[in-house]
Design a protein. Structure first.
Length: 354
């Protein structure tokens, strides 16, 4: 793609990456999104359609009982939205049952089982407690929740780095510094990424300014009402905190809360850091915390250093003077994040020529 000179829809490729990772984790099988660069089986399209529907009926739930059956009827035999993803997952389950997969091990001989293998083993041990439905629901949840959010977050990290070249330069110096100490041809490991404080600050700041979820996680005030932030809400009131609003609270993040500034997470003021961390909720908080957040952080921590190390990116000229365009159907998805890409000369290559 770099040799073609064409602009690349990088968010699409990030979602292909995230899908292949979640496929490997869930089914021990890469689904082939990166290999083909395409929407395998229409799953990405099905998820987008499902999210659009789920967002609207989530806000107007009374419509769901009327629209759902009509929507699936119009979709035909292939199913619609989540129904299609369920069908896709069922096919992967049947494959696993017909052709059992060998259990792989890593260098330390620690068994690495995919989710499906674990679920099927749990089902075999107690089919009444862990039913076929639980197997299907667990795998489907991985597929539904594991791609869009990571693709959006990866896009946000790269977008803000390109809009703030001084931050990209500092991160690249950190990544190159680690590459000099090791073999720059190898993939950065998760352990190495944890030795890059500026990388972690960049990821954290990008998710502060562009959290993947754009609607509140709503709750219902219980019997007797509740006083929240000094205001009384009667029972039955629907309340929630919008992450985008919370992350731009100038009393917490400073007067420059709208500015991309990874350095705000590298200060020595522990009290200030503690307050910011309390208001930081890109993965939710409490019982609403995303259970897949560690997988997403793993994917970002491994990929971003390699992209920064190996490639130069050029924003489409239309994005230089303005913000990117996004669409909020529960997930706030960038719609026009296209980049020019050029292979970067690695530190090792430079040293060899010297």
């Amino acid at each position: 793609m770099s040799e073609s000179g064409l602009l690349v829809d990088i968010r699409h490729w990030f979602q292909c990456y995230a899908f292949d990772v979640i496929g490997l984790i869930t089914y021990a099988k890469r689904l082939g999104f990166l290999d083909q660069g395409d929407d395998i089986g229409g799953v990405i399209g099905a998820l987008e359609e499902h999210l659009g529907y789920a967002t609207l009926v989530g806000i107007f739930p009374s419509l769901h009982q009327y629209l759902f059956s009509i929507k699936n009827y119009l979709a035909g035999s292939q199913g619609s939205g989540r129904a299609y993803v369920l069908k896709f997952t069922n096919e992967r389950i049947r494959e696993a049952q017909v052709i059992p997969k060998p259990v792989a091990t890593d260098e330390s001989s620690v068994a690495m089982e995919d989710f499906l293998t674990k679920f099927l083993a749990k089902h075999a041990a107690n089919a009444d407690l862990f039913t076929n439905y639980h197997v299907l629901a667990g795998c489907t949840s991985n597929m539904v929740a594991g791609s869009d959010t990571t693709a959006i977050s990866l896009s946000a990290v790269l977008y803000y780095l390109l809009k703030n070249p001084q931050c990209l330069l500092r991160l690249r110096e950190e990544v190159d510094g680690l590459a000099v100490q090791s073999d720059p041809s190898k993939f950065p490991t998760f352990k190495e990424s944890q030795q890059m404080p500026y990388l972690q600050a960049v990821i954290k700041e990008a998710l502060r300014l562009h959290p993947a979820t754009g609607l509140p996680l709503e709750r219902v005030v219980p019997e007797g009402g509740a006083t929240i932030s000094g205001r009384f809400f009667p029972e039955g009131t629907i309340v929630g905190i919008n992450t985008w609003v919370a992350h731009r609270n100038t009393h917490v993040f400073g007067e420059d809360a709208e500015r991309f500034c990874p350095e705000r997470w590298l200060i020595d003021d522990n009290d200030k850091l503690s307050i910011m961390n309390r208001y930081y909720l890109p993965f939710g908080l409490g019982s609403r915390t995303c259970i897949g957040r560690h997988v997403s952080m793993l994917e970002m921590s491994k990929l971003i250093p390699r992209l920064v190390r190996d490639w130069d990116f050029q924003l489409d000229s239309s994005l230089h003077a303005k913000e990117w365009r996004t669409l909020n159907y529960w997930f706030v998805k960038p719609m026009d994040f296209k980049l020019g890409i050029k292979r970067r000369q690695l530190v090792k290559d430079v040293n060899s020529k010297e």
